[in-house]
Design a protein around this ligand. Structure first.
Ligand SMILES: NC(=O)c1ccc[n+]([C@@H]2O[C@H](COP(=O)([O-])OP(=O)(O)OC[C@H]3O[C@@H](n4cnc5c(N)ncnc54)[C@H](O)[C@@H]3O)[C@@H](O)[C@H]2O)c1
Length: 439
């Protein structure tokens, strides 16, 4: 079986490599020639655990190929996947579908026979129908069926998520074309079918809404626990115990109940915004999603104020070490990371920033103020600092010896915005220690 994957970013590269691992021939296409050149040379343009080996192995076996030539890649492909970006459209918050439509139309023009055009990118409800209209207009002579196969992988755990997903959502057109598309997609996902992964087969619109509803719900859990954390702080309670106390209830679940600095990343901020806009456009406002967004925006900015307050209300001329810049550990993705709000605000207030991130510095550098100094490790970042702020909970930060950290600092303020340290141990080590939602 042969497929083409359009877009070699976090989703396209991982999905393409995983399908190749399933034994499928995958042509991975990107317009960015530097990405394709790097992949051809065996270099992986992003950081994702275990991805390098998977890509190299499958490329060596000849099942995974890389090209900038979309027209050639779609020849002989039974299914063509769109895994291009759908960022926030500037000005109105809707998803920008420029890349999706451009790629779909190019696939249609290049196709020489029938194929299934599968949208893996996260796209608002109605996009599949619009893609269908456009490909039909481009190629009235050809049988191109559209399908929706939203992706739920998490950066940092992407391969495991793709190989052992909680479910596969397959949205298809009505009637015989939809049945044929479903059969092709099920064949493609056969290895997962065999391990009894549930398949949710739906219509196009339903599949599109499932993806946004899932992300919005998870984001809502985060904003919820963050507000509860504020209440805990004010009332002398412990948000981690509250999260455990409610999360053990099977109806609620323990995941996504970690209070912190607000959600970021390449998906939640843009997807919650686009989902809220979709609700408004249909005249069915999603008020919980709108509140989730507002709570999160306020939270990211409030974190900088928290740091300033912990430094005595003024950070002018003070040195602040920032540990972690990416929106979460085990990725180099900086898109919408809380650090992009917090670090510039601290710098604007006059703080001298010494930052360290195990993987994110390359992407962070052009996005953060030029004056930020990048350290080579956590202890180096803390050298001479008045305060240390833990922003991303990389494992290597969890294991720092408190005496070693405080030993190189000038001051003793530690803001643990991910609740990774033990408050008692940190206070015993001499820190003035602040965390989230804990007394
Ligand atoms: N990153 C995630 O964790 C994640 C998870 C689930 C779903 N998604 C969704 O998947 C989609 C892709 O996300 P991503 O993070 O992989 O994006 P990305 O920006 O990392 O990758 C997109 C790639 O598409 C390429 N591209 C754009 N137009 C093209 C064209 N016409 N032909 C060929 N290549 C083209 C770009 O050069 C880029 O390399 C988005 O809709 C996103 O919401 C992302």
């Amino acid at each position: 079986m042969k497929i083409a994957m359009i877009g070699a970013g976090y989703v396209g590269l991982v999905s393409g490599a995983c399908f190749a691992e399933f034994g499928v021939d995958v042509a991975l296409v990107d317009t960015d020639a530097s990405k394709i050149d790097a992949l051809k040379a065996g270099r992986i343009p992003i950081y994702e655990p275990r991805l390098d080996q998977l890509v190299v192995d499958n490329a060596r076996e000849g099942r995974l190929t890389f090209t900038t030539d979309l027209d050639e890649a779609v020849q002989g492909a039974e299914a063509v996947f769109l895994a291009v970006g759908t960022p926030t459209r500037r000005g109105d918050g809707h998803a920008d579908l420029t890349y999706v439509f451009a790629a779909a139309e190019q696939v249609a023009r290049a196709a020489k026979g029938p194929l299934v055009l599968v949208t893996k990118s996260t796209v608002p409800v109605g996009t599949g129908r619009e893609v269908k209209r456009r490909v039909q207009a481009a190629r009235p002579d050809l049988d191109i069926t559209v399908a929706s196969n939203p992706e739920f992988l998490r950066e940092g755990a992407a391969i495991g998520d793709f190989m052992r997903p909680d479910r596969i959502v397959l949205g298809v057109e009505e009637g015989a074309p939809g049945e044929r598309a479903l059969a092709i997609l099920k064949r493609l996902y056969r290895p997962l079918y065999l391990i009894e992964t549930p398949i949710v087969a739906t219509g196009l619109e339903t599949a599109e809404i499932i993806k946004y509803a899932a992300n919005a719900f998870l984001a809502m859990k985060i904003s919820f626990i963050n507000e509860v954390a504020d209440l805990c702080e004010a009332a002398g309670a412990d948000v981690q115990q509250v999260a455990r106390g409610i999360g053990l209830d099977g109806r609620i679940g323990r995941k996504f109940l970690h209070a912190g600095a607000g959600y970021g990343g390449s998906c939640f901020p843009k997807d919650t915004l686009a989902f809220a806009r979709t609700g408004q456009a249909f005249g069915t406002p999603l008020r919980l999603v709108e509140a989730t967004i507002a709570v999160n925006e306020d939270r990211k900015l409030a974190m900088a104020d928290r740091v300033i307050a912990a430094c005595g209300g003024d950070v002018k001329g003070k040195t602040i070490a920032v540990l972690g810049l990416t929106f979460k550990p085990e990725t180099d993705d900086m898109r919408d990371a809380p650090s992009l709000e917090i670090v510039p605000k601290l710098a604007a207030a006059g703080a001298l920033i010494r930052a360290f991130d195990p993987q994110g510095i390359g992407f962070a550098r052009p996005l953060l103020p030029a004056a930020v100094h990048y350290a080579s490790n956590a202890i180096d970042a803390a050298e001479g600092a008045d305060a240390v702020v833990l922003l991303t909970e990389w494992n290597e930060f969890r294991n720092i010896a408190p005496e070693k950290l405080i030993g190189v600092m000038k001051g003793n303020v530690l803001l643990d915005l991910r609740n990774v340290y033990d408050p008692v141990a940190m206070r015993e080590a001499g820190f003035t220690y602040y965390s989230i939602g804990r007394p």
